[in-house]
Write a protein that binds this ligand. Structure first.
Ligand SMILES: Cc1ncc(COP(=O)(O)O)c(C=O)c1O
Length: 417
């Protein structure tokens, strides 16, 4: 996709820090984007700029007004990124912290009894929050079984566990272990058709950098992302909540005007850095498509990123005339199947008779950074049903190149043979 626009890939890569070099290890190919994407240079700059301000928000001085304006602008940008007109957007400590906070309030704020549901595909952030708060509020918890072969969960998997007394439901948008996305709108529709008042909370943390977010089309109550996985930095998470969820009891200061979900003094730098992410996506959208308007450009960027990542994962799986693809290496097993239309820039693999940790070390020695996922409290839900103790996760983003994938394939060929 980007190959159609000469020079675009260089322009894209030039906007990111440490694109091909680790400050500790030296030159490397970065295929650990599910652990944290590359950071935009503009994010690094804005972060430092706002870290230097001694001023607080809400004072009558020019610096304070500037900080408040920055936050207000960022909230507008985040809403456009999410395509969410109503409700609230706010930052918290991390994606996990926000998911816990949303699930807790939903469990405490809905009618007594009934059940909380989710799926076995989910990251422990939502599963743990649901188990804990379903227990405390004396509700049952049920999880829809995901499909181990396709690496995802569908409406058909949710249907047997949805009942009229389903008070809270969670949906994972994309698995960080299988890399396969979920049809959030279809599952939310199925839940609402049986339990219209259910509070539906979506974990969008793995999805957000790969295929666009469109909250207006989901009919949900909460959506959470972690900006360090969307070209920003560590140290904060972002949530959107519906007006209905916003009104439910939550931690807030007594007599605070409105129903704020932010706690304490806000980090203006976190908001400012997400505005930079949105500016970047607008720029990218304008480079790949002749559209005007912020949202249209963000959507164009999302489509282009998805297409480019699909091109890269197809190359990784099928290979080229210079390097054999993973699917042609008989020693290699692939999670989520070979041709999966819902794959989002991520391939998890295992090699017969080779330890995943050793493969990660071998790739690291060749300057290729990937990650091992183990059957621990993070990934056992995906790996144990496949009878696997671990896998190697290779996770890409739109700034990765064809050349990097070929290098990876050559390395894998030499490791497995
Ligand atoms: C789908 C998903 N949910 C939750 C998390 C946890 O995010 P955080 O570490 O930002 O709290 C991750 C982290 O990778 C994730 O991929």
């Amino acid at each position: 996709m980007f190959a159609n626009t000469p020079g675009l890939m260089d322009e894209i890569r030039d906007r990111f820090s440490l694109v091909d070099t680790c400050p500790v290890q030296g030159p490397r190919i970065f295929f650990e984007n599910a652990g944290g994407s590359l950071t935009l240079k503009s994010v690094v700059e804005r972060s430092a700029e706002y870290a230097a301000f001694p001023d607080n928000q809400g004072r009558d001085n020019p610096a304070s007004h500037h900080l408040v304006k920055t936050i207000d602008q960022a909230k507008k940008d985040i809403r456009t990124f999410f395509n969410a007109a109503g409700g609230q957007v706010f930052v918290g400590e991390s994606g996990t912290e926000l998911l816990f906070r949303l699930v807790r309030s939903a469990c405490l704020g809905t009618a007594e009894g009934g059940q909380v549901i989710g799926s076995t595909l989910e990251h422990p952030a939502t599963r743990s929050a649901c188990l804990k708060w379903a227990g405390i509020t004396k509700r049952s918890y049920r999880a829809a079984d995901h499909n181990s072969q396709t690496g995802t969960v569908t409406v058909d998997d949710y249907l047997p566990i949805i009942s009229a007394d389903t008070r809270v439901a969670t949906i994972l948008h994309t698995s960080p272990v299988t890399g396969i996305s979920v049809d959030v709108a279809a599952i939310a529709r199925a839940i609402r058709s049986v339990a219209p008042e259910c509070v539906i909370i979506v974990d969008g943390i793995q999805h957000a950098a790969h295929g666009g977010v469109d909250i207006e089309s989901y009919d949900i109550d909460g959506y959470v992302i972690s900006p360090y996985k969307v070209f920003s930095r560590h140290g904060y998470g972002i949530a959107w909540i519906s007006d209905r969820l916003a009104k439910m009891p939550h931690d807030t200061l007594v007599d605070a005007p409105g129903t704020p979900w932010e706690l304490g003094t806000r980090d203006t730098g976190s908001y400012a850095t997400f505005s930079e992410v949105v500016r970047y996506l607008e720029w990218l959208g304008s480079r790949v498509c002749d559209v005007s308007g912020q949202r249209a450009r963000i959507e164009a960027a999302a489509r282009a990123m998805f297409e480019h990542e699909r091109f890269l994962t197809n190359l990784m799986l099928s290979g080229s005339n210079t390097a054999k693809g993973l699917s042609a290496m008989p020693e290699i097993g692939l999670i989520g199947g070979t041709h999966n239309a819902h794959r989002e820039g991520l391939v998890s693999l295992y090699v017969k008779d080779l330890d995943s940790e050793d493969i990660v070390s071998e790739l690291s020695a060749r300057g290729i950074r990937v990650h091992v996922r183990k059957a621990d409290h993070y990934s056992a839900n995906i790996l144990t049903p496949l009878d696997l103790k671990s896998c190697v996760r290779v996770s890409l983003c739109h700034y990765n190149t064809q050349g990097e994938v070929i290098e990876f394939l050559k390395a894998m060929n030499s490791i497995v043979s």
